[in-house]
Design a protein around this ligand. Structure first.
Ligand code: AMP
Length: 276
C-alpha cells in the first residue's frame, strides 16, 4: 500500500492514472470491520481504492471528544494492508487547513435536525473536509456507511449543489454479533456501558418488528421508554422519520428510518435502522 501524507504526493500520483476507477473511503481512523466493509465494497466496483485517515477538527463541537478520539495509526495501516487497500492518505491538520479558513454551505434545515441539533456546526465541518478530500483525491466513487445515515444525506446534498462528479454509495451497517453497531468510539465503553449500550440496537429492532402493529407515536413512546429505563443510558433522541427527508412520515413516504443517539456512560453512540 502506498502511504501519502501531502496533497502534492496524491496529485502527483494521480497525474499518471490512466483508465482507472478510483474508489474513495474517507475515515477518521481507529479502523474496525465497518470501515473495512467499505473498502471491500469499493474494491468490488473500482480498480483502485484510496482510504483517508484524518481526524477532522472542524467537525468536533466538543474539544474533549476531539482530544480523546483514538488514533492507533500502526494498527490501522496493518488492517488496510491486510484488506488490500491501494493507497492511504494520512495528512496532518495543517496539510488540510489554513489557519483562518472559513466554510459554509447552505443545505437547508437538514443540517439542524437530529444530530445537527445536538452537534451544532458538525455537518458544516463534515462537508468542509469531504469537499477538500474530494478535491484532492478526485474519486469516481465514494463509499459511506449507513451508520452515519444523516451524514450520507448531507454529503449527497453537497455533491448535488456543487455538481461534484462523484458517485456516492451507501454501505450497510456492520454490527458486533450481539447487535452493537461497530464504532471507533466503542473502545471507550466500559464493560458496564458496553452491556447497556445494546439497548440502542435492541430498541431499533423492536420498532422494526412492531412497525405494522402500533402507530408511530405509540412506537416512539415505547422506544423512549425502553431507552429511558436502561441503566447507564442517557438518550438524546429517538426519531422515526421519512428516510428521504428526515421529516415526519407522511402518506407520500417511501422509506422509513428510525434513528437514535444516546450516551452510554461518557461515550456518545448513534445507530439507525431502515424500518421499511
Ligand atoms: P468514521 O471513521 O467514524 O468517520 O467513519 C468513516 C466511514 O465509515 C463513514 O462513512 C461511516 O459511516 C463508516 N462506518 C462507521 N461505522 C460503520 C459501521 N459500523 N458499519 C459500516 N460503516 C461504518
Amino acid at each position: 500500500m502506498k502511504i501519502f501524507t501531502t496533497r502534492q504526493e496524491v496529485a502527483q500520483y494521480f497525474t499518471y492514472k490512466t483508465g482507472k476507477t478510483t474508489g474513495f473511503v474517507p475515515t477518521m481512523g481507529a479502523l474496525h470491520n465497518g470501515h473495512i466493509s467499505l473498502i471491500k465494497q469499493a474494491q468490488q466496483v473500482c480498480t483502485e481504492v484510496v482510504c483517508s485517515i484524518f481526524v477532522n477538527p472542524t467537525q468536533f463541537n466538543d474539544p474533549k471528544d476531539l482530544e480523546k478520539y483514538p488514533r492507533p495509526i500502526a494498527a490501522d495501516i496493518a488492517m488496510l494492508e491486510q484488506a488490500g487497500c491501494d493507497i492511504l492518505f494520512n495528512p496532518t491538520v495543517s496539510e488540510i487547513y489554513d489557519d483562518d479558513e472559513k466554510w459554509h454551505l447552505d443545505i437547508g434545515n437538514m443540517e439542524h435536525l437530529l444530530e445537527g441539533k445536538f452537534r451544532p456546526g458538525h455537518y458544516q465541518g463534515v462537508m468542509q473536509v469531504v469537499n477538500k478530500l474530494f478535491n484532492i483525491v478526485k474519486p469516481d466513487m465514494a463509499f459511506f456507511g449507513q451508520k452515519d445515515y444523516q451524514q450520507v444525506m448531507v454529503i449527497t446534498k453537497m455533491v448535488e449543489l456543487l455538481n461534484m462528479p462523484v458517485k456516492l454509495v451507501m454501505c450497510p451497517i456492520q454490527r458486533e454479533t450481539d447487535g452493537l453497531a461497530m464504532s471507533s468510539r466503542n473502545v471507550h465503553l466500559t464493560a458496564y456501558d458496553r452491556e447497556h449500550a445494546l439497548i440502542l440496537s435492541k430498541t431499533l429492532g423492536w420498532i422494526k418488528e412492531h412497525f405494522n402493529v402500533d402507530s408511530i407515536p405509540e412506537l416512539q413512546q415505547q422506544a423512549e421508554q425502553m431507552l429511558n429505563n436502561e441503566p447507564g443510558i442517557i438518550p438524546e433522541y429517538f426519531e422515526i422519520v421519512d428516510g428521504d427527508t428526515l421529516k415526519p412520515v407522511t402518506a407520500a413516504t417511501k422509506k422509513v428510518v428510525a434513528l437514535v443517539a444516546a450516551r452510554a456512560g461518557k461515550t456518545r453512540l448513534i445507530d439507525n435502522m431502515l424500518i421499511y
